[in-house]
Design a protein around this ligand. Structure first.
Ligand code: 3PG
Ligand code: MG
Length: 398
C-alpha cells in the first residue's frame, strides 16, 4: 500500500512533528562516528523549512531504558545538525516537559526544535497513550521519516501518529519503501540476495521469505557454520548458533523446493585466533580442522558469488561475509562489495542494509556507487521478511 508523502504537503505556516532516526554511532567521547542517518533526513527537513514551515524533530538514541542517561543525550546530534542545515536549531532538554513546551511555543517558520532522547521516558517504548498525546501536541502535522525505527511500535512511531489526520511518510521513508518494496513486488531478474553476519537469529524470516522470491540466496558470515553443522560437517571452533539448529534444518528443507537456490560457501579462511596474530589457511568447508575457526569466505566462494552477482539485475545485501573489521578477514566482504558495485554500474538495482555491511562499504569507499543504502538494519530485514512495519502502517494511505 502506497503511503501519503511529505512531498504532497505544503508546509507553509505549519508546525511539523517529524520522527527521525538519529540513532547514530558515537565513540567514547560522544563524537559521532557516522552521520549518515542525519544526512539522510536532510531532504525532508529542507522540504519543510524551505516551504515555510517549522519543525519539531524527535528521535531515540541507544537504549537508555526509560532513564535519563547523559551519555545518551541527543545534544551532539543537535550540534551536528547545525553544521549540516543552514537553519536555526534549538535543543530541548526534555521531550514533553517545560523546556520542550516553551521552546516549541517560540518556534518560528524556518526553525528546528530537536527534542531530547525519546527513550529517556519509559512511555516511549511502552507506547503509553499519555506520552503519545503529549508528543502529538508538539505539531499540527505528523511525518515519519525514521525508517530505521519503523519496526518499533512506540509512542513516537505509532501512538502519536494516531492523533493526526495528516500522517505522512517522509522523503527518506518513501525512498526506502520504494526501493525495498520494489524488490519484493516486481524485481528485475535474476534477483540475488546475499545475507551475512554472525547470527542466524533475526534473519530467519528474511531467509524464509526471500527463498521463495529470489533466484539466488547466497549466505556468508558466521551463521554459515550452523548450516554446515546441520549438514553433518565438522566446524572446528567456528561460531555455532546452537539455538538455531532446528530452524536451519527447516530452511534447508524449504530450499529443496523453493524458487530461489540456496548457495553456501565452498571454502573458508580459517584461523587459530580471532585476530590477525594466529595462523591462517584456506580450506574446503568439508576440511575445517579441529582447533581452527572460520572467519572469512575463501577465493573459490568469492569467484562463485561474484559470477552470480555479475549476472543479477536486482541485488539485496545485508551482513558482511567475514570479520571485515580485521583486515586479514575482509577479503570476501571487499570482493563482494566490488562485485555489487560492478553489477550496479552495469544496470542492476542494488540495495544494501544493515549497519555492518554499510560500514564495510563506507570503509571501502564504495557506498556512493550502490543504488540505495538503507538506513534501517532491523527494519529492512523485517520488511524483507514480509512483515508489516507498525511505523509504516500508522501512516495515511496515498
Ligand atoms: C537501529 O539502529 O536499528 C534503529 O535505530 C532502531 O534501534 P533499536 O533497535 O534500539 O530499536
Ligand atoms: Mg538495532
Amino acid at each position: 500500500m502506497k503511503k501519503a508523502s511529505l512531498a504532497q504537503l505544503d508546509p507553509r505556516g505549519r508546525r511539523v512533528l517529524m520522527r527521525v532516526d538519529f540513532n547514530v554511532p558515537m565513540d567514547a567521547n560522544r563524537v559521532i562516528t557516522d552521520d549518515t542517518r542525519i544526512r539522510a533526513a536532510l531532504p525532508s527537513i529542507r522540504h519543510v523549512l524551505d516551504g515555510g514551515g517549522s519543525l519539531v524533530l524527535m528521535s531515540h538514541l541507544g537504549r537508555p531504558k526509560g532513564q535519563i542517561k547523559p551519555e545518551y543525550s541527543l545534544r551532539p546530534v543537535a550540534d551536528r545538525l547545525v553544521e549540516l542545515v543552514s537553519a536555526p536549531v534549538k535543543f530541548a532538554e526534555d521531550t514533553v516537559g517545560p523546556d520542550a513546551e516553551a521552546k516549541r511555543q517560540g518556534l518560528q517558520p524556518g526553525e528546528i526544535l530537536l527534542l531530547e532522547n525519546l527513550r529517556f521516558q519509559a512511555g516511549e517504548t511502552a507506547n503509553e497513550p499519555a506520552f503519545a498525546a503529549a508528543l502529538a501536541a508538539h505539531g499540527d502535522v505528523y511525518v515519519n521519516d525514521a525508517f530505521g525505527a519503523a519496526h518499533r511500535a512506540h509512542a513516537s512511531t505509532v501512538g502519536a501518529a494516531a492523533h493526526f489526520d495528516e500522517r505522512y511518510a517522509g522523503l527518506l521513508m518513501q525512498r526506502e519503501l520504494d526501493f525495498l518494496g520494489g524488490l519484493l513486488a516486481d524485481p528485475a531478474r535474476p534477483f540475488t540476495a546475499i545475507l551475512g553476519g554472525a547470527k542466524v537469529e533475526g534473519k530467519v524470516d528474511v531467509m524464509r521469505n526471500l527463498l521463495d522470491r529470489v533466484d539466488y540466496l547466497l549466505l556468508g558470515g558466521g551463521m554459515i557454520f550452523t548450516f554446515f553443522k546441520v549438514a553433518g560437517l565438522s566446524i572446528g571452533d567456528s561460531l555455532l548458533d546452537a539455538a538455531s539448529l532446528d530452524i536451519v534444518a527447516q530452511i534447508r528443507e524449504q530450499s529443496r523446493s523453493s524458487r530461489g537456490k540456496l548457495i553456501l560457501p565452498t571454502d573458508v579462511v580459517v584461523a587459530t585466533d580471532f585476530s590477525d596474530r594466529g595462523e591462517r589457511q584456506t580450506v574446503l568447508v568439508s576440511d575445517i580442522p579441529d582447533g581452527w575457526q572460520g572467519l572469512d569466505v575463501g577465493p573459490q566462494t568469492v569467484a562463485a558469488f561474484g559470477e552470480i552477482v555479475a549476472g543479477s539485475r536486482s541485488i539485496f545485501w545485508n551482513g558482511p561475509l567475514g570479520v571485515f573489521e580485521i583486515p586479514v578477514f575482509a577479503a570476501g566482504t571487499r570482493a563482494l562489495g566490488e562485485a555489487v558495485v560492478r553489477a550496479t554500474t552495469a544496470g542492476a538495482v542494488s540495495v544494501v542494509g544493515g549497519g555492518d555491511s554499510v560500514a564495510a562499504l563506507n570503509q571501502l569507499g564504495l557506498a556512493d556507487r550502490i543504488s540505495h543504502i538503507s538506513t534501517g538494519g532491523g527494519a529492512s530485514l523485517e520488511f524483507m521478511g514480509g512483515r508489516e512495519l507498525p511505523g509504516v502502517s500508522a501512516l495515511r494511505d496515498a
